[in-house]
Ligand binder design. Structure first.
Ligand SMILES: [Cu+2]
Length: 162
């Protein structure tokens, strides 16, 4: 009696969850089991984060694609090429400022140790000769070709550059 008066909260919780409500206890154990299994599930070898395409003004037939590529394999992977069906050309580029002039360099292949970021003003997927105007919010596929691996098809969503 004195225990329940001194520690009513503790007493009630243990009483309810372990004795009065075995279902609740079971649920807690199941949640722990599920989260344990989820944390053990193997990560995909390659993860693509936030793939997007820059929405261009009307009449402009070139654009650029951006994303992050995460390499979870523990060994370097090589991105050799990119391809698509909805434009004439896609290639890997890097924007640079050389002697005060903005330039774009073609990249033949990229070695990815842990993560490779394509972002405005830096590495990007250059897309030229877009066959039909891109629609904001719609997704367009680009294939990523890796050395000694199956290509990955990634859906890039069109949005305004911020
Ligand atoms: Cu470019």
């Amino acid at each position: 009696m004195s225990l329940s008066v001194q520690y009513p909260y503790h007493f009630n919780i243990s009483n309810e969850s372990l004795i009065m409500n075995p279902l609740k206890t079971l649920t807690v154990f199941l949640l722990i089991a599920v989260s344990f299994l989820a944390s053990c599930a193997p990560k995909p070898d390659i993860e693509i984060e936030d793939p997007w395409l820059r929405l261009m003004p009307e009449g402009v037939s070139s654009t650029a694609g951006f994303m992050s590529i995460k390499n979870n394999t523990g060994a370097p992977i090589v991105l050799e090429d990119v391809s698509l069906d909805w434009a004439n050309h896609a290639m890997m580029h890097e924007s640079k400022v050389v002697d005060g002039m903005a330039k774009m360099e073609h990249l033949d292949e990229l070695v990815i140790d842990n993560e490779l970021v394509f972002q405005p003003g830096a590495k990007h997927i250059m897309i030229m000769g877009v066959k039909e105007p891109l629609v904001e919010g719609k997704s367009y596929n680009i294939r990523l070709h890796f050395k000694d691996r199956e290509p990955i098809e990634v859906a890039f969503k069109v949005r305004q550059a911020k």
